[in-house]
Ligand binder design. Structure first.
Ligand code: AHR
Length: 507
């Protein structure tokens, strides 16, 4: 295939929102327990934080991490996770049919985030709880002291040997997936819209500096998609700053072409939500711009076969941190993750926050074993490199690419692209995927207004010589899929030629 990509350093979309490279830690399976937190593990510090996992998190470079759920938050009492650990109640978590010891809670997560260098994005429970518990949590987290909840924070911090100062949490999610019948406390759009509006108002009265995310649709396939956003924002537009989006993609019955085109679906899903948000803005004569927090996205093998109900991931017995949804990611999955990141980046004018779900073990780029090692999945690489290199301005690209046919989305571009230009460092970063699983693609890149001097680095993730598109990293072979140098890049005056191997993601 051939592709011609033209960019101009003055044709920009927006500044790269750093929060686009976010992740998610839920009390689900082994994300917290035996993931980021495992007292007694040889690599754990005195707090029980696994340093091997922490090092991989720093290398991957997430900017912001959503916590503590997910479905979990809709039945969670945040008060259970604070105070002396011995006094914290053990509870049944109905969302994931697990025993929650509460040995890890808000103070531990805030401290872990400080060490990881990540911002906290906190979700409140609007499933079983409401305005009162949410505003109490903001006071507990962000007020300096001298009031009931802020003094309780200081006391509880001292009890666990952590800093007493306010957490300063800026971004707050007003619940999780309340449009979903599976959610504890599932609501209609009317019910949720009013609750979100009043909760947002009360939270902001405690701390006017916070930013609030209203729950959008759990996926574009939800029967209420479109009307949900419209109704919720018709109530809460003035009170919120973002509306959330969630999307998970997988290969259905061997239809790899459609799977590789998941980014096309993500593009149109985002465009649909932007249109709905702007319709509410216009009708309500609002001046303020509500943007998007795509606060759950990833590849997830959720449906075992086409048309089936989502797998019941709950364990049969009530146990602590069961092994749940620990998907293993292949070369194909990593290329799709790269294209999803491209889609998010291309929409950086409206998508200001995005969180790959999740960080460790649960549909995650990082895996760990209890008492054992931690390693990078294939999907680690596109995230790490985009978080590292996407800097400055997002560029608007003119892409003319050969097409491939997909059952779900018709003809789509074989070559998928996103790019940034950083005036300060003089670096132009290009993120490319070749969706064809058997043929290479030749890309000609024309850079208007730039005179490329050198190729600073060029790397590619593709099918390894001794593997196939299903090859994945495992505990035994932790680097079967990794980035390798991309040698086929050459500069010709103001153009760059790049040869992309079949099924590849390159930076
Ligand atoms: O990320 C896994 C789950 O997916 C989350 O708990 C939920 O919000 C979504 O359905």
């Amino acid at each position: 295939h051939q592709a011609r990509i033209t960019l101009d350093k003055d044709f920009t979309v927006a500044e790269v929102p750093r929060r686009l490279f976010g992740s998610f830690v839920e009390h689900l399976g082994r994300c917290v327990y035996t993931g980021i937190f495992e007292p007694g593990h040889p690599a754990a510090d005195s707090q029980g934080f696994r340093q091997d996992v922490l090092e991989l998190v720093r290398e991957m470079g997430p900017s912001i991490i959503r916590y503590p759920g997910g479905n979990f938050v809709s039945g969670y009492n945040w008060e259970d996770g604070v105070g002396p650990v011995a006094d914290r109640p053990v509870r049944l978590d109905g969302a994931w049919h697990s025993i929650e010891t509460n040995a890890f809670g808000l103070h531990e997560f805030v401290e872990w985030s400080r060490r990881a260098g990540t911002e906290v994005m906190e979700a409140v429970n609007l499933g079983t709880r409401g305005v009162e518990e949410a505003r109490a949590l903001v006071e507990y987290a962000n007020h300096s002291g001298g009031t009931y909840w802020s003094d309780l924070r200081r006391k509880n911090a001292a009890a666990v040997g952590l800093p007493e100062d306010p957490f300063g949490i800026k971004i707050w999610c007003l619940g999780n997936e309340l449009d979903g019948p599976w959610q504890i406390g599932h609501k209609t759009a009317e019910e949720y819209g009013r609750l979100a509006q009043e909760t947002a108002k009360a939270m902001r009265l405690v701390d006017p500096t916070i930013e609030l995310v209203a729950v959008g649709s759990s996926g574009s396939g939800m029967p209420t998609f479109g009307t949900w956003e419209h109704t919720v924002l018709s109530h809460a537009y003035s009170e919120v700053d973002y509306i959330s989006m969630h999307a998970y993609y997988q290969e259905h019955q061997g239809d790899v072409a459609s799977f590789l085109a998941a980014g096309v679906e993500m593009d149109s899903f985002i465009d649909g939500v932007v249109a709905t948000v702007d319709a509410v803005k216009a009708a309500g004569k609002h001046r303020k711009q509500v943007n998007i927090a795509f606060d759950e996205w990833n590849v997830w093998y959720l449906h075992s076969e086409e048309g089936a109900e989502p797998d019941q991931h709950a364990a049969a017995e009530w146990v602590e941190h069961p092994r749940l949804i620990e998907d293993t990611y292949s070369v194909t999955d990593a290329v799709v993750v790269g294209t999803l990141l491209n889609s998010l980046l291309r929409h950086g004018d409206r998508v200001k926050i995005a969180n790959q779900a999740q960080l460790v073990n649960v549909i995650a780029p990082i895996r760990s074993e209890q008492g054992g090692p931690a390693w990078r999945q294939s999907s680690f690489w596109p995230f790490a490199r985009m978080s590292q290199h996407a800097r400055g301005q997002i560029l608007s690209l003119a892409v003319e690419s050969g097409k491939m046919h997909t059952k779900r989305y018709g003809d789509v571009d074989v070559v998928d692209a996103a790019a940034t230009w950083d005036e300060h460092s003089g670096v132009c970063a290009l993120f490319l995927a070749n969706r064809d699983i058997s043929a290479l693609s030749e890309v000609q890149l024309r850079l208007n207004g730039l005179s490329p001097a050198s190729v600073r680095s060029a790397e590619v993730l593709t099918i390894p010589a001794d593997g196939d598109r299903h090859t994945a990293n495992t505990e035994q072979d932790q680097s079967a899929v990794q980035l390798v140098p991309l040698d086929s890049v050459s500069i010709e005056e103001s153009a760059v030629r790049i040869e992309l191997p079949a099924l590849s993601w390159a930076v």
